[in-house]
Design a protein around this ligand. Structure first.
Ligand code: MG
Length: 380
């Protein structure tokens, strides 16, 4: 491996990817972030990184960073895309949101390995991402824990013997609650995730099960499995990261620590494995439990299945509406149950939009955000 490029370097996945690189002694040849910050400057120093790309920030913030960092800083969304398209590198895409889409495509078109944590790439533009990999010869390895588990389980199995994929969900902080219990829950309550420590949106998405819905769509794209062959099971301990159900009735499980550095490392070292420096996972004393998801209360999950089955722009619309609704919830402008409500109404209007090119996907994303925002504001 000639080096690693970390996109979304100052986010939760990015920082953990950098920890893994440091521990494995991998060279970090590129760092990208959304905003100029002291943190990106410190990371570039810590990893002696030869290139830094920052997509946003004011002119003043950019000049300040450029002066501190020297020749190595590039600015604008195109600079991040160009960094993903460096040849012969492994790209970890930990960008949050639709901004991660073009870099994913660029990395795969350039023939790079892409460790993908950016859900939007697969949810909003799955077929386009797969096309890019076919065209450029790039290799897509999922970083999401459930998909990393499925990737590992499926690598030892003949696909004709796979009956279904079973994705586990913690159930989030509101597991067992009914709709009336959720009318007045606060963002702080939704952010108190029981098992995983993650970024803001994904934590709220775990509480609504929208995250699991996005993961169902991701699994469909990544593994080419029909939605009828994807199951979700609630598993509050988050120790089984997914199952593969085989045609003879056997279930393969991927079990282990809830630590994102493991799937990140797998994406970097696959097909080899190396010591992750963690204590052995103790089995004694563990209790594993499983239950059906409550799809009446957590209606974002069935909405995601419906969007996935509808295909076209519907998954992109689901994702965009969810992101806007979650932001409104976090800011206290929308109730918790309103998140799925906004997704449902946005999907009803825009699921039929075009999504055959990146430009169309991004335009659909923009329109879905606009509609979702107006639904939140109550002007529609
Ligand atoms: Mg996950």
């Amino acid at each position: 491996m000639s080096g690693v490029v970390v996109l979304g370097a100052t986010g939760s996945i990015g920082l953990q990817a950098l920890d893994v690189c440091e521990r494995l002694g991998l060279e970090v040849v590129g760092l990208a972030s959304g905003r100029p910050s002291r943190q990106i400057l410190e990371l570039s120093t810590r990893f002696s990184t030869s290139a830094v790309a920052v997509s946003g920030g004011s002119g003043e913030e950019r000049s300040e960073l450029a002066a501190a960092i020297g020749q190595r800083a590039e600015f604008g969304a195109d600079a991040v895309v160009a960094m993903a398209a460096k040849t012969g590198v492994t790209v970890v895409n930990g960008i949050v949101g639709a901004a991660g889409l073009r870099p994913s495509i660029a990395a795969l078109e350039a023939g790079n390995r892409l460790g993908l944590a950016n859900k939007e790439s697969l949810v909003a533009a799955g077929p386009l991402v797969l096309d890019a990999a076919r065209r450029g010869g790039g290799e897509l390895i999922p970083v999401d824990s459930e998909h990393s588990a499925l990737h590992q389980l499926l690598s030892g199995v003949d696909r004709s013997e796979v009956a279904s994929l079973v994705i586990t969900a913690s159930g989030g902080p509101f597991l067992g609650k009914k709709r009336p219990d959720l009318e007045d829950v606060t963002p702080a309550q939704a952010m108190a995730h029981p098992t995983w420590t993650m970024g803001g949106r994904i934590t709220v998405d775990s509480a609504t099960l929208a995250n699991k819905g996005l993961e169902v769509i991701e699994a469909h794209v990544l593994f080419g499995v029909d939605f009828d062959q994807i199951e979700v099971v609630i598993h509050p301990q988050s120790l089984v990261h997914s199952f593969v159900r085989l045609t003879d009735g056997a279930l393969l499980a991927h079990v282990g620590h809830t630590d994102m550095r493991i799937p990140i490392q797998y994406a970097l070292t696959y097909p080899e494995r190396t010591n992750a420096g963690l204590d052995p996972f103790e089995l004694a004393g563990r209790t594993l439990s499983f239950e059906e998801p409550d799809t009446d209360t957590f209606s974002a999950l069935p909405l995601a299945f419906a969007a996935g089955r509808a295909g076209g722009a519907a998954p992109a619309v689901f994702n965009a509406a969810d992101e806007v609704a979650v932001a409104a919830f976090v800011q206290g402008r929308l109730g918790f149950l309103g998140i799925a409500g906004v997704i449902e109404r946005t999907l009803a209007d825009l699921a039929g939009e075009p999504a055959a090119s990146i430009d169309e996907v991004l335009e659909t994303d923009r329109r879905a955000r606009q509609l979702a925002a107006s639904l939140v504001a109550g002007v529609c």
